[in-house]
Design a protein around this ligand. Structure first.
Ligand code: AHR
Length: 523
């Protein structure tokens, strides 16, 4: 309830509005003359952990598989992900990262060690997908690397040697070993995560102990890729807040303010899942409007988390050098009946698509501080983009939101004002709509519009103040029911369709379908 009140107050404040009548048109003004921060493409990042079938089955099928693949990596999944322009992939975990030993996953197949995935169902980890396969995957989808090193059960030396293996020239032993494994050119590591949830599965370390460790990793883990200097330098991301628990964030930021020449960091993480309580018990299929509304209200709490943490960071870093990296977010629901509970398998509905859009909108509004984020997770796990079953693959409603939002990557945020209004379902009250807008690098504007109300269409009139508006085209994602899902047999139940929008005398008029996400490019 607290999160709901905060979010509604936040939206009313943001829009400066008074609740509008349920069927009156919303007047939306896009302020083209006062662009804000860049919406960094990295906020559309993904997360692929060795968990359930997120890697094995979802990405890696092996070179001898009957499923079409390139060097063991399934081609249908690569094709689907390429369309999302995935900016970065966080790997190998998650909790898995703090028990991962990279040497188990390099070299000839016969040399790979089988280990037990203690975090996720005790599954046998064959280590067939290791560093070189991950980079191959990154190159196939055209993305960047976000590597999380093992702080919990590893050492500074192990992490330093891993990054040396990945980035050194073949003139050194580490680079020679990589070259012998088929990759003479150094790899590029854009982001380096220093541990994962060190306040929990990463070792339950005290904030002070973690900060001491983090400083050593920052100091001694070197990136030797000659192309990664200056603006291209690897960015280090420290463990930060566990939802509302701020002790890590405070300690990391205090240490950063007082740092000496020998170490630095560029980001600090925030992990928070929409779950409507813990452990996650809400079903991912066959839910009603009451549950729909409660979980959307819960997800809007992300805005207050980001605002609070950004304000805390401002105290130590008023010029916003350090990124708030929301590197685990999404909806975490009850395991699908019949699935291994340790594999975190859930369905993905129209409701989850709206939830993704609302979070991306929140990150965009905080683009000055939130410059990267990773939805959990990419394939077959939690709020996935793609689900696979043997040779079959289906794109989820959340996938379609990420595809619709591609034009926002590296676009410049522009303020929008509108009267969101409100509607209620049971005891939950929500804003009727949410919206963001941005100016793309080509100078054109793009707007994303979410109608949260499952029972009413919302007529809307958009004005582009300070720029000419002649035409608009776009797509809309909706379905007849909020719990609609895509299945292998019915993959198009929740799929975008072209949106017709009329522009008359510089005013765009359209009607947002109930429970929908629409993205339009304005010209
Ligand atoms: O995404 C699943 C798990 O959630 C991650 O491994 C962990 O970091 C978080 O608790």
């Amino acid at each position: 309830m607290r999160s709901f009140t905060q979010c509604v107050l936040g939206l009313l404040w943001l829009t400066g509005g008074v609740a509008a009548a349920a069927d009156s048109p919303v007047e939306l003004r896009i302020d083209a003359q006062h662009p804000g921060a860049l919406i960094h493409r990295d906020i559309f990042g993904q997360f692929a952990e060795h968990l359930g079938t997120g890697i094995y089955g979802g990405i890696w099928v092996g070179k001898d598989s009957a499923i079409p693949n390139v060097r063991g990596i399934r081609s249908d999944v690569v094709g689907a992900l390429r369309a999302l322009k995935v900016p970065n992939v966080r790997w190998p975990g998650g909790c898995f990262a703090d028990e991962y030993h990279w040497r188990d996953g390099i070299g000839p197949a016969a040399a790979r060690k089988s280990t037990i995935n203690t975090n996720w169902g005790g599954a046998v980890e064959p280590n067939s997908f290791g560093t070189d396969e991950f980079i191959d995957f990154i190159e196939q989808i055209g993305s960047d690397v976000y590597l999380t090193v093992n702080v919990g059960s590893g050492s500074v030396r192990e992490a330093a040697e891993w990054v040396e293996y990945m980035t050194a020239a073949p003139s050194s032993s580490a680079g020679k070993e990589r070259a012998a494994n088929g990759h003479p050119a150094p790899y590029r590591i854009k982001y380096l995560g220093v541990g994962n949830e060190s306040w929990g599965c990463g070792g339950a370390l005290s904030p002070d102990y973690y900060v001491n460790q983090m400083r050593e990793y920052s100091r001694f883990v070197h990136n030797f890729n000659p192309a990664q200097t200056g603006a291209q330098a690897m960015q280090r991301i420290a463990v930060g807040a566990d939802g509302e628990k701020l002790d890590y964030l405070e300690s990391v930021m205090r240490a950063w303010r007082d740092k000496v020449w020998s170490w630095d960091l560029e980001g600090v993480s925030l992990h928070w899942y929409t779950s409507g309580g813990w452990p996650p018990a809400h079903p991912s299929t066959h839910f009603g409007l009451d549950e729909y509304a409660k979980l959307l209200a819960d997800t809007l709490h992300m805005d207050s988390l980001v605002s609070t943490q950004s304000a805390l960071m401002d105290r130590y870093d008023p010029s916003k050098k350090v990124t708030l990296a929301v590197d685990e977010w999404g909806i975490w629901l009850a395991p699908l009946p019949g699935s291994n509970p340790g594999f975190l398998v859930q369905q993905n509905s129209l409701r989850d698509a709206l939830l993704a859009a609302l979070n991306l909108n929140i990150f965009s509004r905080h683009a000055d501080r939130v410059r990267m984020a990773n939805i959990a997770q990419m394939i077959n796990v939690l709020q996935a983009m793609v689900m696979t079953d043997g040779a079959r693959m289906v794109l989820t409603p959340t996938y379609h939101v990420f595809r619709l939002y591609v034009p926002f990557q590296d676009a410049q945020y522009v303020p929008v004002t509108f009267d969101a209004g409100q509607f209620s379902i049971g005891t939950t009250t929500l804003p009727r709509i949410d919206a963001i807008a941005a100016r793309k690098p080509d100078g054109h504007f793009v707007v994303a519009l979410v109608n949260l109300d499952p029972n009413h269409a919302v007529p809307l009139r958009a004005h582009l103040d300070g720029a000419a508006l002649h035409s608009a085209h776009g797509e809309e994602l909706t379905a007849p029911h909020v719990d609609a899902i895509n299945t292998f047999d019915a993959p198009q139940t929740v799929a975008p369709r072209a949106l017709s929008a009329q522009v008359t005398d510089g005013v765009l008029a359209l009607t947002l379908a109930p429970s929908s996400v629409s993205v339009l490019e304005l010209q």
